[in-house]
Write a protein that binds this ligand. Structure first.
Ligand SMILES: [Ca+2]
Length: 345
């Protein structure tokens, strides 16, 4: 009798759940992400985007918008080519109006011309970022994998037709966490800290974000992504026939993999620490005048720095290999159509 009631209850629950899903009543809690990228500078942005598309196809995340932090005319075309190749709709794309001068496009033009399709002049990145935050259901994760110019401009933005809130308030209301690939916290034997590239490209933007943003900020530093090689097998297999691997070849000059600063950053943004990362205690990150990064633990600090999670006494090399193999496998499975979103034949 008890079992009968239990089974009936379970059946009714499943029936109700399916009905709710069908009629849109049930909101399945899914991470929403907004990505800021300097696609074209380093090919690891393309791997990060590919893994993010995998995560969306797998139901782990929804990509609300993408903003581009440099001015090349071909960023939209390269994004469009990548999303087309994975049979995925491109979300809203914004692009900076006054970008950094030192940016060099290592592959966007080549990818956009080899895989033509998307031709569009994106709207201003700050407007896209503000709108994406306003339209977020709950709170989105803002993930930055390039120089922080766009995110600093968002932080400084003033109320407009999109939202009555300034950027600082809007971020606090609609962004649960900012995840950035940034910083190098290791001193060399002379006590010198080499400024990390994303910070060095726009030091004032990085300083502004660390000093004036009220959100929790988690940093994936240079030390974590280096020597975590992804894309090698795929690039050798697919060569110039796929936008992802063609970008790798354009950047590297040959078919080989690349360090995974940006893929590891989006992996953490979507899945949290899991078996791969650990967060430092809370603290404060300070950016020096030359772009050096310093972290000081502080009980009420809003910043955290990620490090590797080592399982069963494994070495750092083994942990990095474990993470890169996981990300590679995800993207390979997507290309082999082994995951949702595409028809398996
Ligand atoms: Ca990048």
């Amino acid at each position: 009798m008890d079992n009968g009631i239990s089974y009936l209850n379970i059946y009714l629950h499943i029936f109700q759940t399916q009905k709710d899903i069908l009629f849109g009543k049930m909101v399945i809690k899914m991470t929403e992400i907004i990505l800021d990228t300097d696609i074209g500078s380093d090919c690891d942005d393309m791997m990060a985007l590919s893994w993010l598309i995998y995560a969306q196809k797998s139901g782990k995340v929804k990509i609300n918008a993408i903003s581009v932090s440099h001015k090349t005319d071909f960023a939209y075309g390269a994004l469009s080519a990548l999303f087309d190749a994975f049979d995925t709709e491109l979300p809203s794309v914004g692009q900076i109006r006054n970008g950094l001068e030192e940016f060099k496009d290592n592959y966007c033009q080549k990818v956009a011309e080899k895989f033509p399709g998307g031709r569009y002049t994106p709207e201003d990145s700050v407007r896209i970022l503000r709108r994406a935050l306003v339209q977020t259901n709950d709170k989105a994760i803002l993930c930055g994998i390039g120089p922080m110019t766009n995110i600093a401009s968002l932080l400084k933005s003033v109320p407009d037709g999109i939202s009555p809130l300034d950027g600082r308030r809007l971020l606090l209301e609609k962004c649960s966490k900012i995840v950035l690939m940034a910083g190098n916290f290791t001193e060399d034997k002379n006590g010198v800290r080499e400024p990390e590239w994303n910070v060095k490209c726009d030091i004032s933007a990085a300083k502004l974000i660390m000093e004036e943003c009220d959100n929790e900020i988690v940093i994936l530093p240079y030390e974590l992504g280096i020597d975590m090689i992804t894309g090698e097998k795929l690039t050798k297999e697919l060569g110039d026939t796929h936008p992802l691997t063609y970008a790798f070849i354009c950047f590297n000059g040959e078919a080989r993999g690349r360090h995974s600063w940006d893929p590891a950053t989006v992996l953490y943004a979507v899945q949290g620490c899991g078996d791969y990362f650990q967060e430092s205690e809370p603290g404060v990150i300070r950016i020096g005048e030359q772009g050096e990064s310093f972290f000081t633990p502080q009980r009420n600090g809003k910043h955290k720095v990620l490090s590797l999670k080592l399982l069963n006494g494994e070495s750092e090399t083994a942990a990095k290999k474990r993470i890169s193999e996981y990300m590679d496998k995800c993207v390979e499975d997507m290309i082999d159509k082994k995951i949702g979103g595409t028809v398996i034949v």
